[in-house]
Design a protein around this ligand. Structure first.
Ligand SMILES: N[C@@H](CCC(=O)N[C@@H](CS)C(=O)NCC(=O)O)C(=O)O
Length: 211
């Protein structure tokens, strides 16, 4: 498999964690999201993902999957061990909800192109953009903190897609210096996950395209 990735991309980070948890070997194709205006906008990558975002996962069959949560659920269906969703339907809905608070409600507001739009088109200064970033992470993390179950992971003693989404979002928040002291459970879950090799290996610092 080939993963179109970028070391700082939290959506790609989610996918790297899932691939590692499943023990799937993959090749990395790095798409630099800022160099030259962003390599995701070039014709070559547009042919891979018309949405011009990472991750994309090229399967050995030639199919290309996009959207991290769709990719991760595909991996969970085709490589069921270890499962990343609970067997119980209600528990599964709770886990998906946690993942979606992060992937659908926090992350899109803080992603590369909305931040560039705030800066380059709407002409906001960096201080205003940082405030925007911190605001949406904080509001979202308030919900996540309240939704977490007793650990060590986000939803009990098994790693799920909630953890796969939480760890990269915490890494992003730290990169933008968002205060996290109000979220002790999030911090504890993040620390527990990062003790696992699958999470550690997926960290931005451990990627071949790290700068
Ligand atoms: N919902 C998508 C988000 C993908 C996404 O926004 N990726 C970002 C990096 S984290 C990206 O490629 N941004 C490029 C851009 O905004 O131009 C997913 O989960 O895969």
């Amino acid at each position: 498999m080939k993963l179109y990735s970028y070391f700082r991309s939290s959506a790609a980070y989610r996918t790297r964690i899932a691939l590692n948890l499943k023990g799937i070997a993959y090749e990395t194709a790095s798409i630099h999201l800022t160099k030259g205006g962003g390599r995701q906008h070039g014709a070559e990558f547009r042919a891979v993902n018309p949405q011009r975002r990472v991750p994309a996962l090229a399967l050995d069959s030639g199919d290309v999957l996009v959207q991290s949560l769709a990719i991760i659920e595909y991996l969970d269906e085709v490589f069921p061990a270890p499962p990343l969703l609970p067997a119980d339907a209600v528990a599964r809905a709770h886990v998906r909800a946690l993942a979606q608070v992060i992937a659908c409600d926090i992350h899109p507001l803080n992603n590369t192109s909305p931040l560039f739009y705030l800066k380059n088109t709407l002409k906001h200064d960096q201080e205003t953009i940082n405030a925007w970033y911190a605001h949406w992470v904080t509001v979202g993390f308030e919900a996540v903190e309240a939704l977490l179950r007793p650990g060590p992971y986000a939803f009990g003693d098994k790693v799920t897609i909630a953890d796969v989404c939480l760890v990269p979002q915490v890494a992003n928040a730290r990169r933008f210096n968002v205060p996290l002291d109000r979220f002790p459970q999030i911090i504890a879950v993040d620390a527990a996950c990062l003790r696992l090799p699958a999470f550690d290996k997926a960290r931005p610092d451990n990627q071949p395209d790290k700068e």
